[in-house]
Ligand binder design. Structure first.
Ligand code: PBG
Length: 332
C-alpha cells in the first residue's frame, strides 16, 4: 500500500527518538525551593513536611549541609522560604527586614560557604505577619497596596545586603517591581536581579506550602491580590507591567493547570519565563505514588518536560533533588 507519510519512522527506536526530541529537561533548568526554620532553643533539626514527603524544614546549619549536597548533584539555584518563630510575627511583618533575621543570616552563611550557588529570596510578608496575609491588613480587611510596597522594598534591600543574587517578589501588590528595582539601584545593587511572580493565581494548590511554613491566612483569602484562575488575558497584562517595571525573569504560578498561560506568556515576551511547580502539584504525585497508583518518577519527568515544552525556561520544583539524582550533572 502506498503510504507517503509515516510519522512512526521517527519513533522506531530510542536513538532516533533522541535525535528528533524537541525538549530536553536538564538540571540547569531547575530552581530548588527550600524551607529554613528557626528553633527556639537553637538546636539543630529537620522536620519532614507531612503533605510533602521528601521535603523538609531545616534549621540553618542542616540546611547548609543539604545545600552542599544538592549543589554537588548539580543544582545551581535555590529559592529560600522561612518559617520564623510565632512570637516574632506582627501586624506589619517587621521581622522581614531585620538585618539579622533568619533569611538574612542564612543567606550570608550560604554565600560564604558556596559563593557560586544562586540564592533567590522570597519577597512577601505572609511568613512574617500574624494574620498570614502577604501585605498590611487595612481596617476594612482589604490588603493595603502602597504601604505594603514600602515594607517589601525594605525587605528586598535587606536581602540584597545579605548577599542574595536574586529577589523574587511573590506578593502580587501593584507597582512593587518598579519600587524594588529603583531601591536596589539607588543602593548600589544593580547586579541583583528580580524574578517577578507576575502571574500568580489565587490557587488551592498552595495548601501544602502553607502547612510547611504555618503561613495560611487566619482570615479571608488572597483573592484581592492573587489572580482569578479563570483569567488569561489578565496574566499578559501583569507580565507586561512587570517587564516595564524592570523584571529580569517573569513567572507563572502554579504551573501544571496553567500550561496555556506559560505558552501565552512565552509568546508575549523575550525574557526568560519561569514556572512554579507548586506544593500541591508535588503532593498529588507523591500521594498517588505512595498508593501505588502511578509511577511517580515517570510522572514527575513527564510533568516537568511538559512545562518546559509549554515554554518554561526555568522551573521551580520540589522535585529538583530527585531529578538531579536521576539525570545527573549536566553540561554547562
Ligand atoms: C507566599 C507564597 C506562596 C507560595 C510561594 N510564596 C503561597 C501563597 O501565596 O499563599 C506557594 C508555593 C507552593 O505552593 O509551592 N508569598
Amino acid at each position: 500500500m502506498l503510504q507517503t507519510h509515516r510519522p512512526r519512522r521517527l519513533r522506531r527506536n530510542q536513538t532516533v527518538r533522541n535525535l528528533v526530541k524537541e525538549t530536553t529537561l536538564t538540571v540547569n533548568d531547575l530552581i530548588y525551593p527550600m524551607f529554613v526554620m528557626e528553633d527556639a532553643n537553637n538546636e539543630s533539626h529537620k522536620v519532614e513536611v507531612p503533605s510533602m514527603p521528601g521535603c523538609y524544614r531545616f534549621t540553618p546549619d542542616l540546611l547548609l549541609k543539604e545545600i552542599t549536597e544538592v549543589y554537588a548533584l548539580g543544582i545551581n539555584a535555590i529559592a529560600l522560604f522561612p518559617a520564623i518563630l510565632e512570637h516574632k510575627k506582627d501586624d506589619t511583618g517587621s521581622e522581614s527586614y531585620n538585618p539579622n533575621g533568619l533569611i538574612q543570616q542564612t543567606v550570608r552563611e550560604i554565600k560564604k560557604e558556596i559563593p557560586d550557588i544562586i540564592v533567590i529570596t522570597d519577597v512577601a510578608l505572609d511568613p512574617f505577619t500574624s494574620h498570614g496575609h502577604d501585605g498590611l491588613l487595612g481596617e476594612d480587611g482589604y490588603i493595603l497596596n502602597d504601604e505594603t510596597v514600602e515594607v517589601l522594598v525594605k525587605m528586598a534591600l535587606s536581602q540584597a545586603e545579605a548577599g542574595a543574587d536574586m529577589v523574587a517578589p511573590s506578593d502580587m501588590m501593584d507597582g512593587r517591581i518598579g519600587a524594588i528595582r529603583d531601591a536596589l539601584d539607588e543602593n548600589g545593587f544593580d547586579r541583583v536581579s528580580i524574578m517577578a511572580y507576575s502571574a500568580k493565581y489565587a490557587s488551592a494548590y498552595y495548601g501544602p506550602f502553607r502547612d510547611a511554613l504555618g503561613s495560611a491566612p487566619k482570615s479571608g483569602d488572597k483573592k484581592t491580590y492573587q489572580m482569578d484562575p479563570a483569567n488569561s488575558r489578565e496574566a499578559l497584562k501583569e507580565i507586561a507591567l512587570d517587564i516595564d517595571e524592570g523584571a529580569d525573569i517573569v513567572m507563572v504560578k502554579p504551573a501544571l493547570a496553567y500550561l496555556d498561560i506559560i505558552y501565552k506568556v512565552k509568546e508575549a515576551t523575550d525574557l526568560p519565563v519561569a514556572a512554579y511547580n507548586v506544593s500541591g502539584e508535588y503532593a498529588m504525585i507523591k500521594a498517588a505514588e505512595e498508593k501505588g497508583w502511578v509511577d511517580g518518577k515517570k510522572i514527575m519527568l513527564e510533568t516537568l518536560t511538559a512545562m518546559k515544552r509549554a515554554g518554561a525556561d526555568v522551573i521551580l520544583t520540589y522535585f529538583a533533588k530527585e531529578v538531579a539524582q536521576i539525570l545527573g550533572k549536566d553540561y554547562s
